[in-house]
Ligand binder design. Structure first.
Ligand code: FES
Length: 134
């Protein structure tokens, strides 16, 4: 759905069209300008979009939601990407590598991806700060 087609819709309608509430992974891809050039970032972003669409022809039922951002504060070795709730961080998510990251996330594989440099799952979390007995 093109952004201009959203003008007459409510936020609830747009959320339904985008499948918000159906996905279990949210992938954020940095498109630069410091971890990679904007050209490299946008080339990777196009691959992410194409791969998600190929794996999920009906985006309303996609298990993976994707968002491009302009900085994930790493600013080196990009394009940098992170997925939640897994908290998996990836480097070098280039045009050549982006499809493998999307396919990996969508597969539900548990072994680390070759480009994964850190894993910090947010759910289930084990944060003792929420335990008043801790
Ligand atoms: S510009 Fe990509 S992480 Fe900062």
């Amino acid at each position: 759905m093109a952004k201009e087609d959203r003008k007459d819709k409510t936020v609830e309608q747009i959320a339904d069209i985008l499948g918000i509430g159906n996905f279990d992974t949210h992938l954020f891809l940095c498109t630069g300008p410091d971890c990679c050039t904007p050209e490299e970032g946008m080339a990777a972003w196009q691959v992410v979009k194409r791969t998600v669409k190929a794996l999920n022809p009906d985006l309303r039922h996609s298990k993976l939601y994707r968002t491009k951002v302009n900085c994930l504060r790493m600013c080196k070795g990009g394009p940098i990407a992170v997925s939640y709730p897994q908290g998996k961080w990836f480097h070098s998510v280039t045009e050549e590598n982006a499809a493998s990251v999307v396919e990996y996330l969508q597969s539900g594989a548990t072994e680390p991806h070759p480009l994964e440099f850190r894993a910090h799952p947010l759910f289930p979390h084990n944060d003792a700060r929420d335990d008043p007995q801790a």
